[in-house]
Design a protein around this ligand. Sequence first.
Ligand code: ATP
Length: 373
Amino acid sequence: MSIQVKNIIKRFGTFTALDNVSLDFPQGQLTALLGPSGCGKTTLLRLIAGLDIPDSGQVLFDGEDATQDHVRERNVGFVFQHYALFKHMTVFENVAFGLRVKPRQERPSEAEIGERVHRLLNLVQLDWLADRYPAQLSGGQRQRIALARALAVEPKVLLLDEPFGALDAKVRKELRRWLRRLHDELHVTSIFVTHDQEEALEVADQVVLLNHGRIEQVGTPDAVYAHPSTPFVYGFLGNVNLFHGRADGQHLDLGETRLPLSTSISSAIADESAPTTLTTGSEPVAATAYIRPHEINLLKVSEHPAVEGAIRARYIRAYIIGPSARLELERSETGEWIEVDLPVATFQQLGLQAGELVWAQPSGFRVFAQQAA
Ligand SMILES: Nc1ncnc2c1ncn2[C@@H]1O[C@H](COP(=O)(O)OP(=O)(O)OP(=O)(O)O)[C@@H](O)[C@H]1O
């Protein structure tokens, strides 16, 4: 089933939680709703589920208006972070629950229920736990059982609200890979809420970035990571260094450093609301360069007394994290911190001494005109 939301507005009193949100959730895809706390992710999920109705706008299931349909009519399955299993029921009975409460005419026979529950428990690879009670399971096992329970009624849509939020990092990682595999087997249109960027980028077919009740960007994980369309997305997806200055059509001036806005450096000038390209001869405007830590090369000032398009900085320290080294620099002109990621071998070849002066030379960056405050 495909889902669309159109021009959704949802207010709580005078506060606007969703501000004219329109989105497509294609049939059979796994979409991640990603954004900071309070941006409206859960509110959107609840409107799709039918747990709440919007002030205006529509929710369409396969093109049919479902905005006013009751949650029971929508045939959605849920898994919530704190949606506890029934404590007094075994794993088997928890998964069977949704089938047993169906109206008599639709309710499967006991034999069918038994067969379906075991099939689902096999699917989540926990059939051996059928007779246990929730208190006898690990957190990760409980979430997998919650997923089996949601799938028991054969939902057309699966909604997951931070399903792995309460689990430790290692278990989360295992479960998200497992969720992806499960989704590839079942192809149920699924939407999951997360504020963990890595989780969204690793698991989803489509990522929706929300901020203050508005959509910032929609795209594949690769597209949103490699081509953030707004400063918010740049900052939200991964680490980034910011350099404030003034840009015209050809250069960004950062005090003593002048970065060329040439085609050899991937650059673009955009304003969050109205993308603009500054052309040659444009009046300079306040602008910020967004540079990822891995988009910076380092050269020693002692070996290269002058380097065009590079920022002078002092090397402070480095941490080795697996195959890369994260370096901390202090920009000479302003004292701001600069983070640089290098392959460990490159870092070792440089042989930097603490306090040594270096040139931080961007290999790629993006420039956004400053938003009017
Ligand atoms: N029933 C409600 N009454 C009043 N305000 C609400 C209600 N539900 C949500 N809000 C507000 O709407 C905004 C969006 O909430 P929502 O739960 O959708 O955010 P979220 O993105 O899911 O956040 P989190 O990641 O923290 O769960 C928040 O500012 C929240 O305080």
